[in-house]
Structures are given as structure tokens and as C-alpha cells.
Design a protein around this ligand. Structure first.
Ligand SMILES: [Zn+2]
Length: 216
């Protein structure tokens, strides 16, 4: 899942208003930010399957440290503790931890039986919504748009950049999502990894938007 995670980051602003949108994006997409680093290091692996019966031409063969349930719980707790140490904000740290965990639940809806419970586990879960383009679009766009609507109700543009920056961000996300779903199959795994690393840009963009908007 891609834009659904961004939708959760947007929506979380309503329950953690003092937390920057950038931090919420970092939490909601952390597993997908970690994954390309582990791919490039050769610790995790993925196969490109051009004729896969899913909307994403990939087979997630091994990604226990970024995407197994046990590690997601660990990352969630680490995020919550680290955020509390940095900000002394109980509500914010709880929300940050839950947002990290939400990534796994959303992935479990769309992935096809490839999310392990723990490294080495034979049990792999995933409801496989990615087998249907219509279901994928309905689910991901739905979560994204609801999250965005919640964010727009929670915050107001503080200046010109606060409205234009957000509009540009949404347009950019739609373009990247369309390229993801309908663009050419990635040529090799390192191309996937480097493309995914650009999620850092979205996190930085979130911090920037947040600085130009205020709570409504
Ligand atoms: Zn993921």
C-alpha cells in the first residue's frame, strides 16, 4: 500500500494536533522507508514478476525485519518511546506508535500472503486486495481522501505556502500513485529501492507543510 499510509498520517493529526505532519508521515511510512535500505544492503529481498496477477508486479519473498508483525510491534514501541523522550508528549508518542503499527494492518489488507508473523515464521498473512485493481483503488483512494479531509478540517493554511504546498503535494502523490499502478515494470530491484527512498522527500514535505498551517 502507498497512499493509504499517507492518508493515515493526515488523519492522525486530528488526534495528535501537536505532532508535525512530517513526523506522522515518517511513522505511517516507516516500514516502507526501512525496506529499501534493507534491500540495498541485501538483508531483505523481492522478486520482480512482470506478469503477476496483482496490481504490483512484485513478489515479496523475504522482508522480516521491515514487515513481520513481531518487528512492527518493536518498531512501534521504539517510535513511541523515542518520540516521548524527544517531545515529552504522551498523546503524541502513543499516536506515533499506533501509526507505525497501522502500516502493517493496512499492508495485511492488500498484500498476498507474504507478511510473516516473525522472522522464520511459516505463517504468512495478507488478504490480497491487490488482486483486484478496483478494490485496490477504492480502498487506497478512500483512506487517502478521508485522511486528507480530516487534515483539512483540523488545520488551516497559515499563509500562501500552506495552501499551495498542500495542493502540490496532493497532486504529486496522485501522479506517483498513477505511475506506480500503470507505469512500466521496474527494471531491477535497486531501481525499486532507490525510488522508495524518495519517501524521505514526502516526510520532509510534510514537515514543511505543517510549518505553514495552523490548527483550526
Ligand atoms: Zn509496507
Amino acid at each position: 500500500m502507498f497512499i493509504g499510509h499517507i492518508g493515515i498520517g493526515f488523519a492522525a493529526k486530528a488526534i495528535a494536533p501537536r505532532t508535525s505532519l512530517g513526523s506522522l508521515f515518517l511513522a505511517s511510512q516507516f516500514l516502507d522507508i526501512l525496506w529499501p535500505i534493507l534491500l540495498l544492503l541485501g538483508i531483505e529481498s523481492v522478486l520482480i514478476v512482470p506478469d503477476a496477477p496483482t496490481v504490483i508486479p512484485l513478489e515479496f519473498t523475504n522482508y522480516p525485519f521491515s514487515h513481520s508483525l513481531a518487528f512492527v510491534v518493536l518498531w512501534s514501541v521504539l517510535f513511541a518511546v523515542l518520540y516521548f523522550v524527544l517531545k515529552q508528549d504522551k498523546r503524541g508518542s502513543l499516536v506515533m506508535g499506533l501509526v507505525v503499527a497501522s502500516h502493517w494492518l493496512l499492508d495485511a489488507l492488500v498484500h498476498v500472503h507474504d507478511l510473516q508473523l516473525y522472522p522464520g515464521s511459516d505463517v504468512r498473512v495478507g488478504m490480497g486486495l491487490w488482486s483486484s485493481l478496483a478494490a485496490t483503488l477504492l480502498m487506497e483512494l478512500g483512506i487517502f481522501l478521508i485522511g486528507l479531509a480530516i487534515y483539512l478540517r483540523t488545520t488551516l493554511a497559515g499563509d500562501h505556502y500552506g495552501s499551495c504546498g498542500l495542493r502540490l503535494f496532493v497532486l504529486f502523490i496522485f501522479l506517483v500513485y498513477a505511475a506506480n499502478l500503470f507505469g512500466p515494470t521496474p527494471p531491477h530491484v535497486s531501481a525499486i529501492a532507490w525510488t522508495n527512498l524518495s519517501i524521505w522527500l514526502l516526510v520532509a514535505w510534510g514537515y514543511w507543510i505543517d510549518r505553514h498551517r495552523r490548527l483550526s
